[in-house]
Design a protein around this ligand. Structure first.
Ligand code: ADP
Ligand code: MG
Length: 327
């Protein structure tokens, strides 16, 4: 595979919105990473990110209200995790087709579960009438010299991913099925509807990692952002990619790597760390009871190369998800 191609969504951002970034000394990092970095004190950076979820695009119209409340906050917490930030405040802009109090109670229950767990306070927002859409803006803090960015990967780094890959995409398939689900299949649907942001892992690894991103659009696309922005390439060992038992069971004999590496909505972290950190990464994985798998390494040769178990080069048919791509 060649180096990551610019997709229409990013072309739009680069052409029109980047120019609105008036230079200010306190903007350490603007458009282009998982979150912006703003200098508000000597030692710490304010970390800001926003994500919108639209009915029929990001979630099914009949999704459970509490699952939506959870996911709206989870995807934002995931961007904090990717920067190594501790989340602190959120605002919520909610557009509702009608006032359904029972629905709102459910939404708040889902939101509060995560907000309480991460000590995030909802400090404002906006409530309007229209087609259902949820926007959460999140703020967090990170020590200035420990922030993880997309542009810090170095040749020789190991590449890691947390948790397991591809579960949410498989969950989407089962969500659409009309048959009764097994426990394993339901686990995959839960991975789609209730992603667990890896905030603890981001904080635990931030003083060691050279770069990080969260996996929202698939490993190839998202790792591609790290590589492009760091000016490096990489190779991936497919058999090292972490797959859950539930995903293996669902795939059966029909192991399809292209689905795993381009599967969106996992909200795991992809990080690069120097080889000297292997022991430390293993210790964090044990401490958090979270698999953190070494899946490849950063190389000087640009582009991303994938290898199968036999060491044979493997070429993926498609990249991750883009909102404005024609296909
Ligand atoms: P993520 O998947 O981590 O949420 P995105 O892929 O949505 O990030 O966005 C990539 C970068 O472009 C981010 O830094 C984001 O803040 C920025 N961005 C996206 N849309 C806009 C916009 N309309 N105006 C300014 N910046 C934008
Ligand atoms: Mg992100």
């Amino acid at each position: 595979m060649k180096s990551h191609k610019e997709t229409p969504e990013f072309a739009l951002i680069n052409q029109y919105f980047k120019q609105l970034t008036t230079p200010r000394q306190d903007v350490v990092l603007g458009v282009g990473d998982d979150a912006a970095l703003l200098q508000v004190s000597e030692e710490r950076l304010l970390v800001v990110s926003v994500d919108t979820m639209v009915s029929g695009v990001h979630f099914f119209e009949d999704v459970a209200a509490d699952a939506l409340g959870h996911k709206a906050l989870a995807v934002n917490l995931s961007d904090m995790a990717a920067m190594g930030a501790e989340p602190s405040w959120a605002t919520l802009a909610l557009t509702l087709p009608e006032v359904d109090e029972q629905w709102i109670v459910g939404f708040c229950r889902g939101f509060a579960g995560l907000a309480n767990r991460y000590n995030v306070s909802l400090v404002g927002g906006d409530t309007t009438r229209g087609p259902l859409s949820v926007t959460v803006q999140i703020h967090g803090m990170v020590p200035k010299h420990q922030v993880m960015r997309r542009d810090g990967a170095q040749v020789g780094d190991d590449i890691y991913v947390t948790g397991s890959l591809g579960d949410a995409a498989m969950g989407l398939k089962f969500h659409e099925s009309s048959k009764a689900l097994t426990a394993g299949q339901q686990t995959l649907v839960d991975r789609l509807e209730r992603p667990q942001p890896r905030v603890e892992a981001g904080v635990a690894l931030r003083h060691l990692a050279h770069s990080a991103i969260d996996l929202s659009d698939g490993l190839l696309a998202d790792l591609g952002h790290i590589l492009t922005q760091s000016g490096v390439g990489a190779s991936l060992q497919l058999e090292r990619l972490p797959l859950s038992a539930e995903l293996r069971a669902a795939m059966g004999d029909d192991m399809d790597w292209s689905r795993v590496v381009s599967a969106g909505d996992d909200y795991e972290l992809c990080l690069t760390l120097p080889v000297a950190c292997r022991e430390a990464v293993a210790a964090v994985a044990r401490q958090l009871s979270l698999p953190i798998s070494r899946v490849g390494c950063v190389e000087a040769e640009l582009g991303l190369r994938c290898f199968d178990k036999q060491g044979k080069s493997w070429h993926p048919p498609q990249l991750g998800f883009d909102h404005f791509s024609a296909g």
